[in-house]
Design a protein around this ligand. Structure first.
Ligand SMILES: [Zn+2]
Length: 157
């Protein structure tokens, strides 16, 4: 008997549907982040580490940074979390080909961006960023999340 849809084709279709669903969810979340101003009263998750210790973790300011980046204000985005603004697109670019290989049921392509040496470099960078953004001396204070003054904000709109 010939014809019909093979199990492999169904598997690829299910995986493609899952990736499409995740992409729609990601776009919806990005829309919410872009349209919601990050204020202390907004729904953005508050950092448990910062509340408990008073020190910024490497993720502090990521929500504010994404909000500003999605609105085209990259200076203010970098002022809130430059590491997230650099790493998140890098991870997305690095994961894209592997995700597409998974959807097609093919072997993952070799890692070019995130080889073992790069992962160790990222770990060191991550730790230095964590310590550095908590040192209350210029230029380290530029690594801590902070809003620009209202004059700078209105000038950038
Ligand atoms: Zn934090």
């Amino acid at each position: 008997m010939t014809g019909g849809i093979s199990p492999a084709t169904v598997k690829i279709g299910v995986r493609a549907a899952l990736v499409a669903l995740a992409a729609v969810a990601a776009v919806a979340v990005m829309y919410l982040i872009a349209t919601t101003r990050p204020t202390p009263a907004s729904w953005y998750p508050k950092c448990i580490h910062y509340r408990a210790s008073g020190f910024h973790c490497p993720g502090c300011g990521t929500g504010r940074a994404l909000h500003h980046a999605l609105n085209g204000n990259f200076v203010q985005a970098a002022r809130n979390n430059i590491l997230a603004i650099v790493l998140l697109p890098t991870v997305a670019v690095a994961a894209g080909p592997r995700l597409m290989a998974w959807v097609r049921g093919r072997p993952a392509p070799p890692r070019r961006l995130l080889g073992a040496r790069w992962v160790w470099l990222l770990v060191v960078l991550f730790l230095l960023f964590w310590v550095g953004r908590n040192i209350p001396v210029t230029p380290f204070t530029y690594l801590a999340p902070q809003e620009l003054s209202s004059a700078e904000t209105s000038a950038s709109k």
